[in-house]
Design a protein around this ligand. Structure first.
Ligand code: NAD
Ligand code: DAU
Length: 353
């Protein structure tokens, strides 16, 4: 038995692969293009482990997906691969349309052909799990209730529009062809191996380098934050027991304003690694806002809790302590990501013999 994971060298995908193989001996075939955000060093602990089969490739490559499905006969496909950074989608949306929309379409078509040819038992067991985001629902006003699965889609950035498009494709492939899909829409993750272009890891690495901590606009934008291994556990729960064609919102019941996130990170660094120059919060710098910046996201995660019994194990207080400590304990990972050296390692490690 095996599962096919896309984007398993990225932040959430690599946490998912590590988490999966801590709990199961079922092989993970990991298809990842190794874009700037894909880092095989995240999976170094699996070197030589036959349960992890890494394939460098593009989810838009139909022939490659067909070949992988035929060769490994996975019982599920868990689709993480995406362009994921909102700021990059504003400066260069084309890559988001290609990977997030065309890539998801390509996977759906390949999965459909593979699934159609299966016997009835295998057909009934197969799952296409699409990993998506709360950003598809748009932006909430301060007193709006949190996003439920029934909220209308109102994506506001090129990133969230591309993810919304991919969600709609997944829904249509279930409705029209009967492909056994589940979709999860999760809030902001944080934790180990988070690429330091995103808020929390950027604040940690900038603070340690005594660089400004750039807070967009007034810093009062609200996000819901979930520790990454809680997201992995939620995906496992939905993959195992989610109803076909359904979507499940995943969140941490933890809404916080960006400025409070940044101040929390600063306070933890003050505790763990005090800077003789003064408190890290001195580095906070308000900068120009993100264009079209969504003001508030919040998740109503009652459906997954009531149907599947999932709740986050970490609170923000416990998760953020672990996260800051992880970055302090892994300076080499940080410096190799910042210099791009991890990509040289990949070239050397995976060069043709
Ligand atoms: P990431 O940017 O860290 O990782 C994305 C991975 O996909 C990388 O390893 C990259 O190499 C790979 N990839 C990109 N284009 C590819 C292609 N064409 N073919 C194959 N692989 C390709 O992203 P992440 O933060 O780990 O997010 C993973 C998924 O979870 C995404 O679908 C994202 O939309 C979703 N999500 C993320 C968050 C979050 O807070 N990070 C929250 C909710 C949902
Ligand atoms: O909500 C889920 C989404 O969370 C995922 O779908 C995305 O893939 C993921 O990147 C994340 O999107 P955000 O835009 O919320 O994450 P980011 O870390 O880029 O920003 C978090 C908040 O912090 C956001 O309001 C913008 C702000 N910010 C971000 C950066 C990088 C700053 O104020 N300064 C910064 O330098």
């Amino acid at each position: 038995m095996s599962i096919l994971v896309t984007g398993g060298a990225g932040f959430i995908g690599s946490n998912f692969v590590l988490d999966w193989l801590r709990q199961s001996d079922e092989t993970v075939v990991n298809l990842d293009l190794l874009s700037y955000a894909g880092n095989l060093e995240n999976l170094k602990s699996l070197d030589g482990d036959a349960r992890h089969v890494f394939v460098q490739g593009d989810i838009c490559d139909h022939a490659l997906i067909d070949k992988l499905l035929a060769e490994h006969r996975p019982r599920a496909l868990v689709h993480f691969a995406a362009e994921s950074h909102v700021d990059r989608s504003i400066s260069g949306p084309a890559a988001f349309m290609r990977t997030n929309v065309e890539g998801t379409f390509t996977l759906l078509e390949a999965a459909r052909a593979y699934w159609t040819a299966m016997d009835d038992a295998a057909k009934a067991a197969f799952r296409f799990h699409h990993v998506s985001t709360d950003e598809v629902y748009g932006s909430l006003k301060p007193c709006d209730p949190p996003f439920a699965e029934t909220n209308p889609y109102e994506p506001n950035s090129p990133y969230s529009a591309s993810k919304a498009a991919s969600d709609h494709l997944v829904r249509a492939w279930h409705h029209t062809y009967g492909l056994p899909v589940v979709t999860t829409n999760c809030s902001n993750n944080y934790g180990p191996y988070h690429f330091p272009e995103k808020l929390i890891p950027l604040m940690i690495v900038n603070a340690l380098a005594a660089k400004p901590l750039p807070v967009y606009g007034d810093g009062q934008q609200i996000r819901d934050w979930l520790y990454v291994t809680d997201h992995c556990a939620a995906i496992r729960a939905v993959l195992a027991g989610g109803r076909l064609g359904e979507t499940y919102n995943i969140g941490g019941w933890n809404e916080m304003a960006n400025i409070d996130i940044v101040k929390t990170v600063c306070a933890l660094l003050d505790e763990f690694r005090p800077d003789p120059a003064g408190p890290y919060a001195r580095l906070i710098t308000y900068v120009k806002d993100r264009p079209g910046h969504d003001r508030r996201y919040a998740i109503d995660a009652r459906k997954i809790e009531q149907e599947l019994g999932w709740r986050p194990a970490e609170t923000f207080a416990t998760g953020i302590r672990k996260t800051v400590q992880w970055y302090l304990d892994h300076p080499e990972w940080v410096s190799r990501v910042q210099s791009g050296a991890y990509r040289d390692w990949v070239k050397q490690q995976y060069a043709a013999p």
